[in-house]
Design a protein around this ligand. Structure first.
Ligand code: FAD
Length: 521
């Protein structure tokens, strides 16, 4: 009996965890697992192949990443410097609700509720009788973004600055490298080489080891599949199927292209809708990330590239490549003794920057449910249930951006505006259309502010506001709202520009090296 087989029933501690893949998902998993598991008894191994490489995109995040960084004890300024990172306060959407329109989806919340009545209901009431201004005037993050400013709210910060919520943009390759440094410091062993064979236990069917081209075999009791779209363990080896969501999210290709920096970086992502998809713009310290995500049924690769090139702010600094994908998710995120994270577990287009969050959430969930050997189906099922809910909630929120459009200028927009949507989303839209009511259910990732931002930003107006908002005195509400608006504006104007902030904080990369345009090489 093993020392740790305390119950004497063959159940023991997991001693070796093998991570397959060294992209963002693999190194995030390695950094976090080594922080919590490598207590001398457990070994963590990571296998990656330079010959295969990583997808190398994925540059925008959402606020829960602050929690992941805190979990790893990362110094935020050091992290920003190492990844050429910038601050993200939300996303500016251009041409989504209608051509020529724009709105901002901010992090954080809108205004302050009064007497328990949600702020957006007060705003809707004011809207019905006067002109309260844009709803984004009532968000600290949106007000700072509009002024292209930032200041990190301290623990002692008071409202409205304390309401500012932020995330990051960073260079995905530098992020993986940074986390690799953290993981290796904590003893993670890296193996370079292509996996050519996966060995399974005859009886249980669990994965026993992976074999490299060199003949080296790496055995373990728990495997984390971070092999990207290949899904080497969860898909190819264990045969777990894929749920295809392209009937609702039909975009299936992306062309990423970095460009030279264009002035001081903005502290927000921009998403601009085109004829058959949309384009991202993510400003980093040393360059800008851009890419066109599109639906191949409605536009060819060459035309998609031309659209992208025609909408860049500065010269491209890398050649084009086309990434193909199918939106959807792996039917089980954990099967046998294999947990999949990252692109092997599914892909939702990067419209709301949720992929890295899904990796983070998968890691945190795994740590919360860390199993023994052999794995208990109870913990595995719990994990799968949570990941399914998270994926589906995000899916619905992303579909809303397509469904809620007045655009009918191209076959693509006519198609998505007319498509059927999941019943879960339809229920939310129906409820909103009556009295502007939105509730955050269970552990949903996107809260009331996010739904309100997209609904209003894309012209989905409720028939009327919640009648309970009428119980408050009109003049007092108008006065309180005017004060809030003024407070956000004044707090934003008192902040430095984001570049000034990063430089003063020591978060600006020391080497101000900006890559050269390909034309100049
Ligand atoms: C166009 C696009 C834009 C995106 N934008 C965002 C964004 O803004 N925000 C966000 O949160 N996410 C974004 N993502 C998602 C994000 O890029 C991914 O979630 C993230 O990079 C995780 O990738 P990965 O580590 O799962 O896979 P990969 O980066 O593909 O890594 C796979 C790893 O597996 C290894 N491997 C594979 N097969 C073998 C083998 N046989 N032997 C040995 N090693 C092997 C490879 O060497 C590599 O190390 C975007 C994705 C795409 C496609």
């Amino acid at each position: 009996m093993n020392d740790s087989d305390s119950a004497g029933d063959g159940i023991r501690d997991i001693e070796r965890v093998v991570i397959v893949g060294g992209g963002t998902a693999g190194w995030m998993a390695a950094a976090a697992l080594s922080r919590f598991l490598d207590n001398g008894r457990r070994q963590i191994h990571l296998v990656e192949s330079d010959a295969i490489g990583t997808v190398g995109v994925g540059e925008a995040t959402i606020p829960p990443i602050l929690n992941f960084n805190a979990m790893l004890d990362l110094n935020e300024n050091e992290f920003l410097r190492a990844t050429q990172g910038t601050i993200k306060l939300g996303i500016e959407f251009v041409n989504w609700g209608g051509l020529g329109e724009r709105y901002f989806h901010p992090f954080g919340s809108y205004g302050q509720d009064l007497h328990g009545i949600p702020f957006h209901q007060l705003w809707l009431r004011e809207q019905a009788r006067g002109e309260p201004g844009y709803i984004s005037d009532f968000s600290m993050s949106a007000a700072a973004a509009a002024g292209r400013r930032f200041g990190r709210p301290s623990r002692e910060a008071r409202a409205p600055l304390s309401e500012m919520l932020y995330a990051f943009h960073f260079d995905a390759s530098l992020y993986a490298r940074f986390l690799r440094g953290e993981a290796e410091k904590r003893g993670v062993r890296r193996h370079e080489g292509r996996i050519v064979h996966v060995h399974r236990h005859g009886e249980s069917g669990d994965v026993a080891s992976v074999e490299l081209e060199s003949g080296e075999r790496i055995a373990g009791e728990l495997f984390i599949d971070c092999s990207g779209f290949r899904a080497l363990l969860i898909g190819e080896t264990l045969g777990v199927g894929y749920e295809d969501w392209s009937e609702w999210l039909p975009v299936d290709r992306a062309i990423p292209v970095p460009t030279a920096s264009h002035g001081s970086p903005d502290p927000f992502t921009r998403s601009t809708a085109h004829g058959a998809g949309w384009q991202w713009r993510i400003p980093l310290q040393h360059r800008t990330g851009n890419g066109h995500v599109y639906c191949s049924e409605f536009i060819g690769d060459d035309e998609a590239e031309s659209v992208l090139m025609a909408n860049l702010e500065s010269e491209a600094i890398a050649e084009r490549r086309v990434i193909r994908f199918t939106t959807g998710r792996r039917k089980q995120s954990w099967s046998h003794n294999v947990v999949c994270l990252g692109l092997s577990s599914g892909f939702l287009e990067p419209l709301e920057s949720t992929s890295i969050h899904l990796v983070q959430n998968g890691i945190q969930r795994l740590l919360a449910l860390f199993p023994d050997h052999p794995v208990s189906p109870i913990e595995r099922d719990e994990y799968n249930r949570g990941m399914k809910n998270l994926y589906e909630d995000i899916r619905d929120f992303i579909i809303l951006h397509y469904k809620a459009t007045r655009r009918d200028d191209t076959p693509f927009w006519r198609h998505v505006a007319a498509m059927d949507i999941p019943a879960t989303l339809q229920r939310k839209i129906d409820l909103w259309r009556l009295h502007g009511r939105i509730f955050r259910e269970g552990a949903e990732l996107f809260g009331v502010t996010s739904w309100v931002a997209v609904m209003l930003g894309q012209n989905v107006w409720p028939g009327r506001h919640d009648p309970i908002a009428d119980t408050l005195d009109e003049d007092k509400v108008a006065q309180a709202m005017a004060q809030m608006r003024q407070g956000y504006r004044a707090a934003a104007m008192a902040l430095p520009s984001q570049e000034e902030f990063l430089r003063a904080a020591g978060a600006w990369a020391a080497s101000d090296v900006r890559p050269q345009p390909i034309a100049a090489r």
